[in-house]
Design a protein around this ligand. Sequence first.
Ligand code: ZN
Length: 138
Amino acid sequence: MKSTTEHLTFTTRKKIEFINITGRVAEIVKGSGIKEGLCLVNAMHITASVFINDEESGLKKDFTQWLEALAPCAVDRYNHNLTGEDNAHAHLKRTIMGREVVVAVTEGRLDFGPWEQIFYGEFDGQRPKRVMVKVIGE
Ligand code: ZN
């Protein structure tokens, strides 16, 4: 069995941002030389997510608005922020949107369903944060 592990680093301009990382992950899969296996992509920070969905601008706005309704940015409503932190909302958003995705690698390529794309979801950005990509197989 072969494996490849790489890290991508993102420093977003905004506190909350969605970045389509499908191309970057596909390059790592290609570089691994693995034809049949699995590709794990996970956020390495507890205020950021990796998830799969559609590359559609309206939907990205809908995610932003939905998450804000569930876990508003307001600092003074959370127990976590009593510790001096201000990012409780980002921890909650991360939990809702998930930590990682696993995509099958078939014939050397990410084997997606229709319209599936991989996104990095940043909820407490403006600082460098990492995503791990691990490809295993043969
Ligand atoms: Zn925190």
